[in-house]
Design a protein. Structure first.
Length: 368
């Protein structure tokens, strides 16, 4: 693969952020190419980190969080402050940017080199929950798409067929107001996890969700409890529940149609052939393998070597759906076991990372 130049990459950015060409500190090939799992039709994904001009740091009129562009390349560049915040919490999407192979690096400034030299400081056992969480997101999407393939989703029923009046009896703006009031009450019942780190929040939210599920207190039940809290009568609660259920059915069908319209033709053909989305499947397994590997060795290898052939088999549709799920369940358990024996610290040294972030920003400012 011929890597593009910095000038080619940022040739079409908006004029108000043309400064990024001079402030980018690190840019790398990411995605399937960086994993060594790319195919003939794989896009070139680029990810990077940038500092910002001083007016973005000291003023209040300008703000830059991250850049997302798709022309001429699929690119995402993070403000260094945003990058440190995400990566210090072991966000897989940003963490792996630091650990791509040197051959995949497109541009590294002096400041970027200092960042890369300190990349191990971002690693901690926090990544267990993050990598499991991100893998579960891939699994959820894989299962959802499989259900769409298997069931060939039908158009939603009419309001009358669903047992609702032809027109909404409550004025729509009033219905939205009531829903907002009930939503606010439900939010008041949610636990406040702010004092905890991001991985701890994910863990605690998962535990609470499991407890609520075992108590059969689902989101619909919460709506009913909120309505009763405000003194709503049974007929109104029933009507509200039906309206919400119908709204969800219509939304699910709209998501299904959007998926059908926007599918990549090559990916869709393979999905129809094997019965599930192989890209989600390979990302699911890759994330779990990487999570286990980092916890066991203290090293993050983005480029897949020992397991490359297996991952390519999954990506190319040579594995059955049940086999993917069985392997995912097995590795997830191994990730959880690896946590307790890991050489990594439980948490990163946030103060040290904060000082590093300040140092890199000051280096950028001193360069003018």
């Amino acid at each position: 693969m011929i890597k593009p130049t910095k000038e080619e990459i940022f040739s079409k950015v908006n004029k108000d952020i043309e400064w990024i060409k001079n402030h980018i500190i690190f840019l790398t090939v990411a995605g399937s190419h960086s994993y060594g799992l790319n195919g003939p039709s794989s896009d070139i994904d680029l990810r990077g980190v940038t500092t910002v001009p001083k007016q973005y740091l000291y003023g209040f009129q300008k703000n830059f969080d991250h850049l997302v562009a798709s022309d001429p390349f699929d690119i995402q560049v993070f403000n260094i402050i945003k990058f440190f915040a995400l990566t210090s919490q072991c966000n897989p999407n940003t963490l792996e940017i630091l650990f791509t192979d040197e051959e995949d690096h497109v541009f590294v400034s002096d400041i970027g080199r200092v960042l890369l030299d300190n990349r191990d400081k971002f690693l901690s056992r926090n990544l267990k929950e993050r990598y499991i969480g991100y893998s579960k997101a891939q699994m959820h999407r894989m299962k959802l798409h499989k259900s769409w393939i298997d069931c060939k989703m039908q158009p939603p029923p009419t309001r009358e067929e669903f047992g609702l009046p032809k027109k909404i009896e409550i004025p729509y703006d009033q219905l939205l107001t009531v829903q907002a009031i009930y939503s606010k009450k439900i939010e008041e019942w949610n636990c406040d996890f702010e004092p905890f780190s991001e991985p701890q929040k994910i863990y605690l939210q998962g535990k609470v969700s499991k407890i609520l599920a075992e108590m059969d207190i689902l989101s619909d039940n919460k709506w009913e409890l909120a309505a009763r809290n405000f003194g709503a009568n049974e007929n109104f609660i029933l009507l509200l529940q039906k309206e919400k259920a119908y709204e969800n059915i219509v939304k699910d069908y709209e998501n299904y149609l959007s998926w059908k319209r926007n599918r990549n033709p090559v990916r869709a053909a393979l999905e129809e052939k094997v019965g599930f989305d192989c890209k989600f499947a390979v990302n699911l397994i890759r994330l779990l393998i990487q999570g286990k590997e980092v916890l066991e060795t203290g090293k993050l290898n983005v480029k897949r070597k020992e397991d490359r052939e297996m991952l390519l088999e999954i990506r190319n549709g040579h594995w059955e759906y049940e086999r993917v799920l069985e392997l995912a369940d097995k590795i997830e358990n191994e990730v959880k076991e690896a946590y307790f024996k890991s050489p990594l610290p439980i948490n990163p040294n946030i103060k040290e990372l904060d000082n590093l972030c300040i140092q890199l920003i000051e280096m950028s400012l001193n360069k003018g």
